[in-house]
Every structure is written in structure tokens, then in C-alpha cells.
Design a protein around this ligand. Structure first.
Ligand code: CO
Length: 153
């Protein structure tokens, strides 16, 4: 496993649409391992492959219940609206309010190539929406109101 470099806002790769994973092989599994390791290293709750410079539709999320790996994820249902204060490892020290669905259902493949789905709510739903936006080249700052900069001490 290896820590990968996180791309930051201004890097054009963050603005590109990620491509579907066509074959889940050892390289993809290695990438998933590196993504988790990188996410934990920087205390994130989610990471999308474009954030480490890989334009593939892969995200990892851990909102406190263990690692979730999503390959080619798709939101198939959503409901409600809720506002969250968000940040992003690719936009350090910046936070802002984003309106997200309160609940989502996401369908994806796991590393075994099996179809999985999760019914997520609240911060898990938020993390899914935030990470899936990265796959479209969208950052939370595009959607946020009252962005503020909070410098680390
Ligand atoms: Co992000």
C-alpha cells in the first residue's frame, strides 16, 4: 500500500469526468488499498480516484462504520434535503454549506465485481454525493454558500 499525493483545487484533473472501470483487476484492488490508506492518513471521510490523479469511477468512504468501496457507483434513488457544512481534502482549509439529499440509494460494484447497494442517510448520504460529484469534475465549492477559510493552527 502507498500514500498517494492528493490533487488540490486548481489542478485540472479535478475538473474532468472520470471513466467507467471496465475490468476489476489487481491494479484496481491496489488502487482501492492506496485510496483508503491515503484517506485515513489525511483524516478524510471519503476519497474519489480523481483526487489522486486517477480518472476512474472509484470512491472510498468511511463515515465511522468501516470502509466502503464503490466502483462505478450510481445514485438510483434520493429523497429529502438537508444542509451540511462540508470540506474536502482537495480544497484544504475551506468550508461551506451544501444542500444534499437526506437519503440516497447507491448501486456499485465491489472489488470482487459483485453488485452492491447501500441505503444511506445523513452524513453517509452526504459523503456519497460529495464523492460522486468528484467523478463528474464537480467540487463542493461549486455548490456551497458562505464559503469560509479556516486556517489550521
Ligand atoms: Co472532496
Amino acid at each position: 500500500m502507498a500514500i498517494r499525493k492528493i490533487r488540490e483545487n486548481g489542478d485540472e484533473i479535478l475538473r474532468k469526468k472520470a471513466k467507467l472501470v471496465e475490468k476489476i483487476d489487481e491494479k484496481i484492488c491496489q488502487l482501492l488499498d492506496d485510496m483508503s490508506e491515503t484517506m485515513y492518513k489525511y483524516d478524510g471521510v471519503g476519497l474519489a480516484a480523481p483526487q489522486i490523479g486517477i480518472l476512474k469511477r472509484i470512491v472510498v468512504i468511511d463515515v465511522g462504520d468501516g470502509i466502503i468501496e464503490l466502483i462505478n457507483p450510481e445514485i438510483i434513488e434520493q429523497s429529502g434535503k438537508i444542509t451540511y457544512k462540508e470540506g474536502c481534502l482537495s480544497v484544504p482549509n475551506v468550508y461551506g454549506n451544501v444542500i444534499r439529499p437526506e437519503k440516497v440509494k447507491v448501486r456499485a460494484l465491489n472489488r470482487l465485481g459483485e453488485e452492491v447497494s447501500y441505503e444511506a442517510k445523513e452524513n453517509f448520504a452526504q459523503a456519497i454525493c460529495h464523492e460522486l460529484d468528484h467523478l463528474e469534475g464537480v467540487l463542493f465549492i461549486d455548490k456551497a454558500t458562505n464559503l469560509e477559510r479556516i486556517e489550521e493552527e
